[in-house]
Write a protein that binds this ligand. Structure first.
Ligand code: DAH
Length: 358
């Protein structure tokens, strides 16, 4: 091996083992730098003859090119290694399961409310919505339940720090019954012309527009155990006309229960009761004739013929308008339909419970 081959071999060895870019530049300087081995050889050529210069110069150049090639290869190798390190450090673990956003679903009580609305809508009932913060007049007085009347204590009411015009605090409505009077007022205003025409008609052929409405929504009472939650749901029903009777209530409510529970195998019973806003009043019980609940009487609603004082507070004439109201508990209907024993589960927000209804 001549001297040049030895230098090239040594350069290749040093360049290829340089561990860092700085090591590589130092190695380069040792061979190609100002006082590097190759540069020194070039400087030494001055003493040679022209012919010797040609062959020696060509040989040195070849050696230099070989060293430069080795330098470039090492640079590339170092750059590749650095890139590989960086990629490894910044790698994404694509095997990690993604964060999922599952499809939501309807709350079981919402499903019940939708079913109630659909069934009553098919029987020609309007669906109305109203405020949950209610005036004392709407929640009680308009419903024939005057201040200081003992019947008020049937409901343990939440009061709100807002004074009404009558000086009595607003309340979180303890039932949906205030919607009876609210809706009647809207209805009378909306159909003012038809009401006026019916009132003016002495032949008795023109009838005032009937009120047929349900009002589902949230209600509140200071009450909490397995079957009571401070926030719960009610659905009010009201049907007023010139000749609407208890018989109609029984037909409508029986039809509703059979469709809601998807069973013709149930019977209703009206059990005498008391509510200030109805006279007479009745609790509605149902009894399944088959299935897991067969034989037990289950209370599902309060009801009654709307009291004349309430009809008057609606702006209607109790001599001409008669009908019934009912109030039922969608939470309880949901418990019965799905066989749930603790009402509080509906409002705990536990997905293990709620997702079973999807
Ligand atoms: N508002 C009553 C309650 O919360 C339920 C009720 C009973 C509603 C009889 C009515 C009715 O419309 O006629 O206990």
């Amino acid at each position: 091996m001549n001297d040049l081959d030895a230098i090239v071999a040594q350069a290749q060895a040093e360049l290829s083992t340089a561990a860092t870019p700085a090591d590589l530049e130092n190695a380069k300087a040792r061979f190609l730098g100002k006082s590097g081995r190759i540069t020194e050889l070039m400087k030494g050529m001055g003493a040679l003859s022209v012919d010797e210069k040609k062959t020696r110069g060509a040989a040195i150049n070849q050696a230099k090119q070989a060293i430069e090639a080795a330098l470039n290869a090492s640079r590339q190798a170092l750059a590749n290694a650095e890139l590989a390190l960086q990629l490894k450090a910044e790698a994404l673990d694509v095997s990690l399961p993604g964060r999922q956003r599952g499809a939501g679903g309807l709350h079981p009580v919402s499903r019940t409310l939708e079913r109630i609305e659909a069934i009553f809508a098919s029987m020609g009932f309007d669906v109305a919505d109203g405020p949950e913060i209610e005036s004392d007049w709407h929640s009680f007085t308009s419903l024939n339940n005057p201040p200081n009347h003992p019947a008020r204590s049937m409901q343990d009411t939440f009061y709100v720090d807002i004074q009404g015009e009558d000086g009595i605090a607003y309340n979180l409505r303890p039932h949906t019954s205030p919607m009876q009077v609210r809706y009647a007022h809207q209805h009378v205003a909306r159909h003012a012309a038809a009401f006026a025409a019916a009132a003016a008609d002495t032949t008795g052929t023109l009838k005032a527009p009937e009120i047929r409405v349900i009002a589902p929504g949230r209600t509140y009472r200071i009450d909490s155990d397995a079957t009571h939650s401070p926030m719960f749901h009610q659905c009010e029903g009201l049907w007023l006309g010139e000749n609407v009777s208890f018989k109609d209530l029984k037909v409508v409510f029986t039809d509703f229960c059979r469709r809601f529970f998807e069973s013709d195998d149930l019977v209703l019973r009206f059990r005498p009761s008391f509510f200030p806003f109805t006279e007479p009043s009745a609790e509605v019980d149902i009894q399944f004739q088959s299935g897991p609940l067969a034989g037990r009487w289950l209370e599902v609603a309060g009801s009654g013929q709307v009291h004349p004082n309430v009809v008057r507070n609606m702006g209607l004439d109790p001599e001409r308008v008669i009908g019934f109201a009912f109030g039922m508990g969608p939470d309880r209907l949901t418990m019965l339909r799905y066989g749930v024993s603790d009402l509080r589960q509906f409002f705990d927000g536990d997905l293990r419970f709620l997702s079973q209804f999807q």
